[in-house]
Design a protein around this ligand. Structure first.
Ligand SMILES: *Cc1c(COP(=O)(O)O)cnc(C)c1O
Length: 421
């Protein structure tokens, strides 16, 4: 459920007509709903009620500080994957003790940033990383709580580019080697083993892969405890999918996911962390774009939008599906049209949808890409010297620009010309 609904013939974001935002901000732009962000965060939080837990929003999904502040205000922790994300979370007011540092290639500099600022835990992904973290911690005179990310070798049954839990993926250490690696962690100064981490992929629409992974984590907990390690915290990752295509079967709900967590690891007495990103932000954001031209091709019509792959890369990168709807509500009974929906960028990959059946729209009309809140704005670029797409946050009847569109001068003046030219 989200808060982008037609009302009085017009798409609204909560109580604000989307067209009103477009008139003020220009297109394209991302628009997020506070109520939807809040609702989705709470679903996870409530799903784990009664267990000691922290929901650490995976901020790589949508990392604007206004979004982080909204979620932090509800009690969210953050899962960060870079020094930049760590600093951004801190800038948004998230305390270090609520920040979990994940990622396969943390540099010593990034480690230093987080250790100096304070961190809840590091999720370590390899032995060389563990050695580096130990060195940095010792040099700063601190002891850092760690989990080791294990790769459980389960098939997440998702798009290959976002599966992370198979042995061929670059993430984590093979679960079969866990005892060895934990023994090494316990020997290294500056590290304090506190738990286990796992994250098997993104956009999972089935609970079975989670079940297989969490059962392996539960088994490993017992084994590592028998080896004398303190395992008091389980970071179970993110990855629960969202319904991009409304006609498809709905993915499991956070409540089902919470029940699965209780069932698989609830008996261990551990504090549980989860790291949802997509399910918190995905349906809480839309990308609003304007039709530049409707061009008739051979046997097909092209809807050419002012939004492009540089603004939303998911269709080009993951063959992702987004519902694309007119901002003005179609009159009942209008004949649908069929379009190839494209952007202006000079690549054939700049195609959002092929042969998409949708209500007919014309030049100057606004359309909205639904479910664009996660992995949308954060993956945008200025390819083709197109200004970085702005972001807007709605709260009931108010809206605010939370990242303005840069001017052409700002973009162009970022280049510096060497003295010899
Ligand atoms: C990307 C990522 C997540 C979030 O995944 P979603 O599918 O957005 O929920 C959580 N944890 C880690 C380590 C990740 O890399």
């Amino acid at each position: 459920m989200d808060h982008f609904l037609y009302r009085d013939g017009e798409l609204h974001a909560e109580d604000v007509p989307v067209a009103e935002i477009a008139a003020e901000v220009g297109t394209p732009f991302y628009c997020y709903s506070t109520a939807t962000l809040t609702r989705h965060f709470r679903l996870f939080d409530e799903a784990l009620e009664g267990m000691p837990h922290l929901v650490c929003y995976a901020m790589k999904a949508a990392s604007n500080q206004a979004i982080l502040k909204t979620l932090a205000g509800l009690g969210a922790g953050m899962d960060v994957v870079s020094g930049g994300e760590y600093l951004r979370a801190r800038a948004a007011g998230v305390p270090g003790e609520k920040i979990v540092f994940s990622g396969v290639g943390k540099t010593r500099e990034e480690m230093r940033i987080a250790l100096e600022g304070g961190v809840r835990q590091f999720n370590v992904e390899s032995e060389p990383e563990m050695a580096a973290l130990s060195e940095v911690a010792v040099s700063l005179g601190v002891e850092v709580p760690i989990t080791v990310r294990v790769n459980p070798d389960v098939d997440a049954r998702t798009h290959a580019k976002i599966a992370t839990g198979k042995s061929e993926n670059k993430f984590g250490i093979p679960i079969a080697r866990a005892r060895e690696v934990y023994a090494e962690a316990a020997r290294l100064p500056g590290l304090k083993v506190i738990g286990i981490d796992v994250h098997i992929g993104s956009q999972l629409t089935d609970l079975e892969p989670f079940r297989m992974a969490y059962e392996k984590v539960a088994e490993l907990t017992e084994v590592l405890r028998a080896d004398g390690h303190e395992i008091s915290r389980l970071d179970l990752g993110g990855g629960l999918g969202i319904p991009y295509e409304r006609s498809n079967a709905a993915p499991p709900l956070p409540t089902d996911y919470g029940a699965l967590i209780r069932e698989t690891v609830g008996h261990l007495g551990c504090e549980v962390e989860i790291e949802p990103g997509r399910l918190v932000a995905g349906n809480a954001g839309i990308l609003v774009s304007k039709v530049i031209y409707v061009k008739s091709g051979e046997g097909r019509d092209f809807l050419i939008l002012d939004g492009a792959m540089n603004d939303l890369i998911r269709p080009a990168m993951y063959d992702a599906y987004h519902d694309i709807v007119p901002v003005r509500e179609p009159a009942p009974g209008v004949e649908p049209a069929k379009y190839d929906i494209v952007g202006p960028v000079c690549e054939s990959g700049d195609t959002f949808a092929k042969e998409r059946v949708m209500p007919a729209v014309g030049e100057g009309d606004l359309v909205a890409f639904r479910s664009a809140g996660a992995y949308g704005a954060v993956m945008s670029s200025e390819y083709n010297t197109r200004p970085l797409v702005p972001e807007v946050l709605v709260h009931e009847h108010q809206f605010a620009v939370i990242r303005p569109r840069p001017t052409f001068d700002e973009m162009i003046n970022r280049d510096t010309i060497p003295a010899w030219l």
